[in-house]
Design a protein around this ligand. Structure first.
Ligand code: HSE
Length: 348
């Protein structure tokens, strides 16, 4: 079955999706029967192009190697803004991978509302809408009768939400804790190896781990956003961003602090957690010194980890990539394949 995609946002993740399609399009078709075709792209900086016959992902990427934007890329339709693209593109699925704003939801909130109103399926890695209005998004998708996947909002392509929703079905999940931001974990690792805070941040930005505005990463807002998404969708309890206890993220950790921890056989980590207490979610994202014997201390670089506390199975830990272009783009591909499988099953 064909799945035609309108990609909103063609930055790190959007281009990552195009890269995977360049390499794997035929394999995805022969192995899963999923023919993924990009029919539209709209990006605030790079412009917009659309072609109901399909845009060649490799030609798009090559074009961007020599041009700053897509304005001269040959296509029958062009110049549509995001909302027009969502409405007019010949697409089954809107892939929302634009700029993230966990405090307001940003433009992505309107993009998802429009996609659901148009009856289009949605895949997103954008945390904004699922932090600011998770229940509204889930209900809008259900009302519209469309598929909605957002695995890439937490720990990139590492299957956290799917594991909780599918594999832990039947268990009561009463809380979780772990490391939910790749940038800060990478920075702490690199600072331990001798880099300054600024050098470590610049490297995280260069490698595509940090958000476009990295202050959300280092101050803990990004991890807090992920806590909110998991509290609402996995613990199924309402939690707002401003209810997460936050201090200064990792911004006040100096090489001297790191050295002091090392001498005490400890390591600094930005620990995110939430648990249910008297029916209410208590959540925090705080930098802490953890003993080297704590399994979380061994999670290094952009790798993340989460332990779900469950009633029937005890603690269940998932460790995997927390950030990165290919890792987050994989979340989109895996969500698209899941939607494809669901639609094929519905047809049968
Ligand atoms: N900036 C985020 C991080 C990207 O470093 O974890 C993945 O959500």
């Amino acid at each position: 079955m064909q799945l035609r995609l309108a990609i909103i946002g063609f930055g790190v993740v959007g281009q990552g999706v195009a890269k995977i399609l360049c390499e794997r399009k035929e394999q995805l078709k022969s192995r899963y029967g999923a023919d993924l075709i990009i029919t539209a792209i709209s990006d605030v900086k790079k412009g917009a192009v659309a072609d109901p016959q399909g845009l060649d992902p490799s030609a798009l990427l090559q074009h961007l190697e020599t041009h700053p934007d897509l304005t001269s890329f040959p296509a029958p339709d062009r110049g549509w803004d995001a909302l027009t693209t969502i409405r007019k593109a010949d697409a089954d699925v809107v892939v929302e991978v634009s700029w993230t704003d966990v405090k307001t939801g940003g433009a992505a909130l309107g993009h998802l509302r429009e996609a659901f109103a148009c009856g289009k399926h949605v895949v997103t890695t954008n945390k904004g809408p699922m932090v600011v209005a998770p229940w509204e998004m889930l209900e809008a998708a259900a009302r519209a009768g469309v598929e909605f996947r957002f695995e890439g909002t937490v720990m990139s392509g590492t299957p956290v939400i799917n594991t909780a929703w599918r594999c832990l079905r039947g268990c009561e999940i009463t809380g979780f804790s772990g490391i939910l931001n790749g940038t800060t974990n990478f920075m702490l690792t690199r600072m331990e190896q001798g880099l300054t805070y600024q050098q470590a941040l610049e490297e995280a930005q260069r490698l595509g781990y940090a958000e476009a505005d990295p202050s959300g990463d280092v101050l803990g807002w990004d991890a807090a956003g992920k806590v909110v998404i998991l509290a609402n969708t996995v613990l199924r309890k309402p939690l707002k961003l401003e209810e997460v206890e936050l201090a200064s993220g990792i911004t006040e950790i100096t090489p001297a602090h790191i050295e002091e921890a090392r001498r005490a056989c400890e390591r600094w980590k930005l620990v995110a957690q939430a648990h249910v207490e008297d029916g209410k979610v208590m959540a925090s994202v705080l930098a802490r010194r953890v003993p080297l014997s704590d399994p979380v201390a061994g999670v290094m670089g952009p790798t993340n980890a989460i332990t779900f506390r469950t009633d029937l199975l005890g603690p269940v830990t998932i460790v995997g990539a927390g950030a990165g272009q290919k890792e987050t783009a994989f979340a989109v591909i895996s969500d698209l394949l899941d939607i494809h499988a669901t639609l094929v099953a519905k047809q049968a």
